[in-house]
Design a protein around this ligand. Sequence first.
Ligand code: NAP
Length: 275
Amino acid sequence: MTTLVENFPGFPEGIQGPELIDNMRKQAERFGAESMTGHAVSVDLSQKSADGKPKPIEVNLGRETLLTRALIIASGASARWLGLPSEKALIGHGVSSCATCDGFFFSGKEIAVIGGGDSAMEEALFLTRFATKVTIIHRRNEFRASKIMLDRARQNDKISFLTDTIVDEVHDVNHKEVTGLRLRNVKTGEQWDFPTSAMFLGIGHTPNADFVGQQLDRDSEGYLIARDGHVCTRAPGVFVSGDVSDRRYRQAITAAGTGCMAALEVEKYLEEIGK
Ligand code: NAP
């Protein structure tokens, strides 16, 4: 879902996210990898049937079940929402979590971006291509964003900041389009209506690990925890890589690195079990 990836080594001019992924897929296919698409509904990592006999890992894809000796879970993390009913009602009508996908629709308009991390800065900077004005609305007056990203946003004439401010409601559900936000200053309690044509969320992510349930160790936010601090889990033959198990770095290059580590562990594991 990202546009220009500027921090993946080997691409001095940067590379578009989808192009990087497509290149990776083609490269893997050159070495015999096969790919298919499907939505993992659940997994059975027990590797034992009811009578105690060994069985493969099962990945339930709804219409079919995939059997495998080894599994790398690299299902990433999904954008978070504020959880307001009015926000939900206006998703796709001015509320979005993907500047890359929806920014263009707000050409010549004013846009609000929620959040104070790198995602919010990145979205705001990207949206200045289309918007006349972008306002970053953040619930504190300190920012998690890296200095370079924050500076870049601060130096952009089209971007302004509203801090210590939260969104209480998104208008206008009745007209099925975003016309403004009901904002509140968390320090003074003051509320006011802020006109805008769109609200983009940049408030972090939730790991995509529901299909795993409690079969693997998870932290308080649901991220999968690797056993040895790397990529192994408590289930034999099951490894984790990327954002689904990384709440700290969450970068394309760290995800690629742990993906490589997981692949090496799979190779070692299959040798060990004689497969
Ligand atoms: P993040 O660093 O966790 O920041 C999330 C922001 O959203 C925080 O400012 C947080 O406020 C705010 N927030 C969370 N829940 C909220 C809520 N319910 N209401 C209002 N505000 C809320 O997440 P991120 O920005 O997605 O970044 C994640 C990681 O990816 C970071 O390591 C980042 O460096 C990396 N990243 C890098 C780039 C890049 O280098 N180009 C781009 C994007 C992401 P508080 O600060 O008050 O908690």
